[in-house]
Design a protein around this ligand. Structure first.
Ligand code: NAD
Length: 496
């Protein structure tokens, strides 16, 4: 059985002998490896090595750092298929979807290649007689990135390239459910010329996370995961004096107005509801249909669902398995709860005949109609292939329903009415909004982040916010000796 080790100071490191966790292939149910789980002593050791490496890396020239970024970009592009295969083998998402997440991560690397420009400060000459001011942004030191299972390559790539290009050392703690993608990327960073110690991969669970959140030499934490853990990470790490951005869970609604192109809306609902088996933080899990279109829309969605093939992601299927047996069973619990609560089960994914090993963690695309606010299939983040349709009488009722949810990650409106779309854009309390676009994930040069319980902290991921998050500003006021300005003056400095 393969043991997946940590990556410390540029090489594999098994850590202290101790706890391990199983890694499964979700399409077969077989245990394919075990991953070592870091204890506090291993975290200490890794952060010490990272702190040493951070000093020289933070002072390396911008061109030396960006040269590594450009080399990594090339290596990531040439190893994209290999990385996608590793993702599919541990996460279960179909190969084309895995390749898509590598591509979106690659775009953040390309953004970070422009770091010399992004770090440019300002300069004001003669703010007072003979006095100049300039501003710079400097790296923080060692920063931690803690990522979820659902994007084992893309979510680390939201943060790691930006943090490294800005001159920080990064300790990445990927999900213990699919840890191998992080190891592939660590090797590529080394091959790209990143000095040893500047990137560390530590595997682990709560014990490792807690050690990072409280470690005095970790300056900032970028976390992505479920809302309860995000809230805990934010509270714990800020209490320990760290800068934190903690991205949490989601419940994304798609509002369909009566004038919408219903075929476009149905295509979008199916793609965004069932891609990656619904295990995306930007997945659409609730369609809000403004009457009188609900009957027609539900029929179109159900018809498209009939054409989806669920199965092993390596066999050209549309939708893969869920990540673990426990998670599949949890999602099954929501399907049962929806039936019990009186929602109409239009398509029952429990009856799926998967193209894959019977031991895989299967659940087919599932559609509920006439879901009402308050049912658990509407209030909770299910994170599976379960789409709910809620029927409302008006735009206002739909908007109120969306704004009443505690999450605010993504949303979309489907309409041909520009005025209605503009109203929605202004009025909806959600961080990322699509107009006739179901999964409005911002490009790398914009920032990714939700509102309310979908993000704790002030700054979003990548784009301008990412650069600000991984640097701190300094303003330097300079005067070179000039005899005309001599003399003591106890007054508050003002311009002269
Ligand atoms: P998770 O919260 O279970 O785990 C996320 C990370 O936290 C993992 O590295 C895990 O090891 C660690 N962790 C888990 N429990 C912990 C605890 N009690 N204390 C400290 N650390 C702990 O999330 P997941 O199941 O891996 O990922 C799915 C969740 O992530 C969903 O809720 C999804 O919406 C969310 N997500 C959000 C975004 C976003 O951008 N907002 C993006 C991707 C995923």
């Amino acid at each position: 059985m393969t043991l997946i080790s940590h990556w410390i100071h540029g090489r594999e490191h098994s850590g202290a002998p101790g706890r391990t966790a199983p890694v499964h292939d979700p399409a077969t149910g077989r245990e394919t490896a075990r991953v070592t789980l870091a204890d506090a002593a291993t975290v200490d050791h890794a952060v010490a090595r990272a702190s040493e490496a951070a000093v020289a890396w933070g002072r390396a020239s911008l061109s030396a750092r960006t040269r590594v970024l450009f080399a990594f970009r090339h290596l990531l592009a040439t190893h994209a298929d290999e990385l996608a295969a590793v993702i599919t083998a541990e996460h279960g998402k179909v190969l084309s979807d895995a390749a898509g997440e590598v591509q979106r991560g690659l775009e953040v690397v390309e953004f970070a290649c422009g770091m010399p420009h992004l770090l440019q400060g300002g300069h004001s000459e003669s703010v007072s007689t003979g006095v100049d001011v300039h501003s710079v942004r400097q790296p923080l030191g060692v920063v931690a990135v803690i990522s979820p299972f659902n994007f084992p390559a893309m979510v680390p790539l939201w943060f790691v390239p930006v943090a490294l290009a800005a001159g920080n050392a990064v300790v990445l703690k990927p999900s213990e459910k699919d840890p191998s993608a992080a190891m592939v990327m660590a090797r590529l960073w080394r091959e790209a010329g990143l000095p040893d110690g500047v990137l560390t991969v530590l595997h682990g669970d709560k014990e490792a996370v807690d050690a990072l959140l409280t470690h005095p030499d970790v300056r900032a934490v970028s976390f992505v995961g479920s809302t309860p853990v995000a809230r805990y990470v934010y509270e714990t790490a800020t209490t320990h004096g760290k800068r934190v951005q903690a991205l949490g869970g989601a419940k994304n609604h798609m509002l369909v107005l009566p004038d919408a192109d219903l075929d476009l809306a149905a295509d979008a609902a199916v793609s965004a509801g069932f891609g990656s088996a619904g295990e995306r933080c930007m997945a659409i899990s609730a369609v809000v249909a403004v009457e009188p279109v609900a009957d027609a829309l539900v029929a179109k969605i159900a018809k498209r669902m009939g054409d989806l093939r669920t199965g092993d992601g390596r066999r050209g299927c549309d939708m893969g398995p869920l990540v673990t047996a426990e998670h599949r069973d949890r999602v099954l619990g929501y399907v049962a709860a929806g039936v019990d609560a009186g929602a109409d089960l239009v398509v029952d994914g429990r009856l799926v005949e998967p193209d894959g090993d019977p031991e895989g963690y299967w659940l087919g695309p599932t559609l509920f109609d006439r879901v009402r606010p308050g049912m658990s299939i509407h209030t909770d983040e299910i994170f599976g292939p379960v789409l709910s349709v809620l029927r409302v009488a008006s735009y206002d009722e739909g908007l109120a329903l969306i704004n009443a949810t505690p999450y605010g990650n993504g949303t979309a409106i489907f309409t041909n009415d520009g005025g209605a779309a503009r109203r929605f854009e202004v009025e909806v309390e959600v961080g990322m909004v699509g107009v006739n676009v179901p999964i409005p994930v911002p490009m790398a040069y914009y920032s990714f982040g939700g509102w309310k319980s979908s993000l704790f902290g002030d700054l979003h991921a990548h784009g301008a916010d990412g650069v600000r998050f991984f640097t701190r500003g300094k303003v330097v006021t300079t005067r070179w000796p000039d005899p005309s300005h001599g003399g003591v003056d106890l007054g508050f400095p003002t311009q002269r």
